[in-house]
Design a protein around this ligand. Structure first.
Ligand SMILES: [Zn+2]
Length: 615
């Protein structure tokens, strides 16, 4: 429970089934079936049971439902002629008793291996940690553990080991079992703490999410995070709970131990909860050393402690901004944006004193002195809440920022230029976005970077005259490794309008290749086929037998379709005509045909006479 996943907190237990499917799944308590659904991804085949005390239990990734529920599901699928379906039976339709077999376990949907996904929700749709219900089968004497720790500066005045930066540390185990840091930490200003931490149970090699984190500063409680329960609708706040940029860049999901701007999760307790600029941020303001302790707890009385001291950074204010002049005299600049701070580091400056930066915003220009010097680079911290420069000039070097506009969360906002219109809804953003747009007419445009999370969708309209085949051309999101995700969009003349829930690089691509479809078997016992698509992905499929719709099960992980008959005793008629049609997201269609044939009985293998070995 609480494992950090892509766009959601894992909301229950994954009960492994030893690599097997088809194990009995029993109702956890008396109640009735309130929901039955089939999703290609996500839960796969799933049952929701509503219980008399108002709680709901959820059983996901099922391979099959019991006969009664299976027949009900198939009838509905035939009636609506669809594989994916979401049904809400009435309370008196399917009562269950504790211990009834409701289904068989499986590996359907977004499951990476056979297991049962089990959830408990209360009557207000809060997800409850099932471990609170005492599973006597589980033994856990293994404490949670730290893998990495990171600290980051949070205001332009903050410094960490002489820099405005995020720095990672590897905790070391001390003799007494606690963790410490081997490196010295000096800091001033407000600091944010992040941890990469996991938990395990006895006898299992698999790492799980963390149940509870407590951070203290000089013995005072600053921040607690508790995964015993959270509201279902808050799950996407995971993208501001964890360090999203690190997740996107390195695939590591750090818990931030402070409540970042725009984080509406209600599972924290912090000091100074009414001061949004505090809420777990660690103040290093008074020039004195401070002790930080972080404790991880699981639900079985196991814990782990990390302690380290932050020394004051006394040099920060007095350090002279002197440089050794660069040998080649050519400035090299790196620009990073961290929240509302644009950080520009310039190396190889010809001067011995860091020159001021010139910020150009429209026709106005202002000067800003260097914030500090580190590793012979002059560093400029530009607060984007105060200025939104189009370009920054240091010495002879000039850096364009592509910054266009401040976009505020909580209201409708619009950006418009000659080719691009962006429409932000009140829930699109978690936090203020310093909108940066870079257009490359040859392929598309970039909106900031994919390291900034979106809460809800953003609608974009892009005008281009470069596209000839608008029928098959749609918008794709392209990540740093060049992998594309289909976004879609609708064309109106030379304008495509689409929605996205991620920022980054947007590119038009043309998919003219229809899906690959191949029958694996077509017999009276059933039909199976392999389906795949190269770019836009599978949108829909349809199988007909002698003109009648036939339900096909779909497992995207195995690229496999197979038939599931309404009445298992009624085989497909020999000689029946089968048509299978698969459509991709760009609208390319492949339809193939076959005739149902009883396979010829295989020749009986000749009896093999085993020779007895003689000793
Ligand atoms: Zn799960």
């Amino acid at each position: 429970m609480g494992d950090l996943r892509s766009n959601h907190f894992h909301a229950g237990l994954d009960i492994r089934t030893g690599g097997r499917e088809g194990l009995n799944v029993y109702a956890a308590a008396d109640g009735y079936v309130s929901r039955i659904a089939v999703f290609t991804g996500g839960y796969g085949n799933v049952i929701f049971l509503k219980h008399h005390n108002g709680t709901t239990t959820v059983y996901g990734h099922l391979s099959a439902l019991n006969d009664t529920l299976g027949t009900y599901l198939r009838q509905a699928q035939y009636q609506k002629q669809t594989f994916e379906i979401d049904l809400r039976p009435t309370p008196n339709q399917f009562p269950v008793k504790k211990g009834d077999v409701i289904a068989l376990s499986g590996n359907t949907g977004g499951s990476g291996g056979p297991h049962l996904h089990f959830e408990i929700r209360d009557d207000r749709d809060n997800l409850i940690n099932p471990l609170l219900y005492n599973f006597s089968e589980l033994r856990d004497e293994v404490p949670p553990y730290f893998e990495r720790v990171a600290l980051r500066t949070l205001t332009p005045e903050s410094r960490l080991n002489g820099e405005y930066a995020r720095q990672g540390f590897t905790p070391v185990r001390r003799g007494d079992g606690t963790y410490g840091l081997s490196q010295t930490v000096t800091a001033t200003g407000l600091l944010g703490l992040e941890i990469l931490a996991y938990d395990k149970t006895t006898g299992s090699p698999y790492r799980n999410g963390i149940n509870c984190v407590e951070v203290k500063l000089d013995g005072r409680e600053m921040f607690t995070y508790n995964m015993n329960s959270f509201p279902h609708e808050e799950t996407r706040f995971i993208n501001v709970h964890m360090d999203y940029e690190t997740e996107r860049t390195f695939g590591q999901r750090y818990h931030r131990c402070y409540v970042a701007d725009g984080n509406g999760l209600t599972l924290y307790h912090t000091d100074q909860p009414t001061i949004p600029t505090r809420r777990g941020r660690l103040p290093m303001m008074d020039g004195r050393p401070h002790e930080v302790s972080v404790t991880l707890f699981d639900l079985y009385q196991n814990s782990a402690v990390l302690r380290f001291t932050v020394q004051p950074d006394t040099t920060a204010a007095t350090r002279p901004l002197t440089l050794k002049p660069g040998l080649n005299g050519a400035e090299a600049a790196t620009v990073t944006t961290d929240g509302n701070i644009l950080k520009l580091a310039v190396r190889n400056l010809p001067d011995t004193v860091a020159p001021p930066a010139t910020l150009q915003e429209g026709k106005a220009s202002t000067q800003q002195p260097a914030s500090y010097v580190h590793n012979n680079a002059a560093v400029y911290l530009i607060d984007l809440n105060r200025t939104l420069p189009d370009a920054v000039q240091v010495g002879a070097g000039r850096v364009a920022t592509n910054l266009k506009k401040r976009i505020t969360p909580g209201r409708d906002e619009r950006y418009e230029d000659a080719n691009l219109t962006l429409q932000f809804g009140p829930k699109t953003l978690f936090d203020t976005l310093y909108l940066a747009v870079r257009q490359v007419p040859a392929w598309g445009f970039e909106i900031n970077q994919n390291t900034i999370p979106l809460n809800d969708y953003l609608t974009a309209t892009w005008t281009t005259s470069n596209v000839t085949d608008t029928m098959r051309t749609r918008m794709y999101l392209v990540d740093n490794s060049g992998r594309e995700t289909f976004l879609g969009g609708t064309w109106q003349k030379n304008k495509i309008t689409f929605r996205t829930r991620e920022l980054g690089r947007f590119q038009l691509m043309t998919d003219t290749t229809p899906p690959k479809v191949q029958f694996a078997s077509v017999t009276p016992k059933g039909i199976s086929a392999r389906i795949a698509d190269d770019l836009s992905g599978i949108r829909s499929f349809r199988a007909m037998v002698d003109g009648q719709w036939l339900l096909m099960q779909y497992d995207y992980k195995r690229s496999l379709l197979w038939s599931d008959k309404l009445n298992p005793d009624e085989p497909l008629p020999d000689g029946a005509e089968v048509m299978l049609e698969v459509t991709d997201n760009a609208g390319n269609v492949t339809a193939i045909q076959a005739v149902v044939q009883t396979p010829k009985p295989k020749a009986k293998p000749k009896p093999v006479v085993k020779r007895k070995r003689r000793r």
